[in-house]
Design a protein around this ligand. Structure first.
Ligand SMILES: Nc1nc2c(ncn2[C@@H]2O[C@H](COP(=O)(O)OP(=O)(O)O)[C@@H](O)[C@H]2O)c(=O)[nH]1
Ligand SMILES: [Mg+2]
Ligand SMILES: [Zn+2]
Length: 356
């Protein structure tokens, strides 16, 4: 089997690559700042984006990230380093918003089929945070699966499981602990060519689960292709090929998940259904007359914590889309910028107002 097919490339990816003369297909397995580690049909290579790519990329999310398929100019053409020339369309993308002033979207993982949302049942347990992950995951295009870890550290895992199931409608929920063979429950979601990303706070047990899935037989792409000579690397590869053929992405733990875009109708389908009954189509479910969401909140059908969290996520998502629009305007400003264009515009404006 072609190594790229093992790494999740389907017919469509191969066709995309075949239609581009001189470029070949690759998948990003690790990124260290501007240096990428890629799987290509001849094994693992290090690469950077081309000067043109850098010039044309308008924002961080347009750069390749772990899981992305890219088209590269191979070394036998460049005579030097492999260069990434193009990013192929993402079939799914898990985005977060950077904290602080640098409010750009960041790609956590691309082209994932399953998003394992990991939360531990000890101090990390926080239903509102899970709702936030679910809102982002449903929007990503991947299938969300909730993985509750460290059940052995929880006095009553069954009730935690029930609570999580009640807020995660539409997503599978899996309970794992250090002792059981959790790997087998997760294995059910993985098949050859399927990519799953492990997401969640640092310390919840993502790497532990991945190590269990991988066992001792962690496959190295360079070994498979027989191109391993002198290429031993100490880098921690984020995208891994499992012995059974599935692919997993270990993401660095996130302290918090800043919202970029969300799908509230899927993650809060209960509130979405209530909202259909509100008197006004643009109801914000705060103080409008005839608000079915407020009514459900008042008579206890809707949990106050869940409602507050829904409003919080909604506010963050709309602030994010506003600032994205602001950046778009700033870009247009830059495009029409340049002193000459500005002077021409000023002259035209004065003429129009009869002041010339
Ligand atoms: N008690 C208990 N500890 C666990 C379990 N899974 C992982 N740990 C421990 O939690 C710590 C963090 O695990 P790690 O996999 O590195 O978390 P990550 O940051 O999400 O990748 C390590 O000390 C693990 O040994 C579990 O199911 N039960
Ligand atoms: Mg880890
Ligand atoms: Zn309403």
């Amino acid at each position: 089997m072609n190594i790229l097919a093992q790494y999740g490339a389907d017919e469509r990816r191969f066709m995309d690559a075949a239609s581009e003369d001189g470029l070949s297909l690759a998948r990003v397995v690790t990124q260290h700042r501007s240096l990428y580690e890629l799987v290509t049909e001849t094994g693992v290579v290090f690469a950077e984006v081309s000067g043109r790519y850098r010039h044309e990329a308008a924002q961080p999310a347009e750069y390749p990230a772990v899981g992305d398929f890219v088209l590269v100019t191979p070394t036998h053409v460049t005579g030097g380093q492999t260069l990434i020339q193009r990013l192929l369309p993402r079939k799914s993308v898990f985005l977060r918003r950077a904290a602080g002033s640098d409010a750009y979207a960041q790609v956590v993982a691309a082209n994932i089929d399953v998003a394992f949302l990991c939360m531990s049942l000890n101090a990390n347990y926080n239903v509102s945070r899970l709702e936030r992950y679910l809102a982002v995951a449903w929007e990503s295009g991947a299938r969300p699966v909730v993985v509750l870890t460290k059940a052995d550290l929880c006095a009553d895992p069954a009730s935690a499981f029930a609570e999580v199931s009640s807020i995660a409608a539409g997503a599978d929920v899996i309970l794992t602990s250090a002792e059981d063979s959790a790997a087998s429950a997760l294995q059910g979601f993985l098949r050859p060519g399927v990519t799953a990303a492990f997401l969640g706070s640092s310390g919840v047990g993502k790497s532990t689960l991945i190590n269990r899935l991988a066992g001792e037989k962690l496959m190295e792409a360079s070994a498979i292709s027989g191109e391993g000579r002198g290429k031993h690397t100490t880098t921690h590869r984020q995208l891994l090929l499992l012995p059974n053929g599935g692919l997993v992405i270990d993401t660095p733990g996130m302290r918090e998940l800043g919202i970029e875009t969300v799908s509230l109708d899927k993650s809060f389908s209960d509130i979405d259904a209530l909202a259909d009954e509100c008197r006004f189509n643009d109801c914000t479910h705060t103080s409008e007359p005839g608000c079915a969401v407020c009514a459900a909140l008042a008579d206890g059908r809707l949990d106050a914590r869940r409602y507050e969290n829904y409003q919080k996520i909604r506010r963050e998502a709309s602030a994010a889309s506003l600032s994205a629009r602001g950046r778009e305007n700033a870009k247009i400003q830059r495009m029409f910028g340049g002193k000459k264009a500005m002077k021409q515009a000023q002259t035209a404006a004065r003429t129009k107002h009869g002041q010339s």
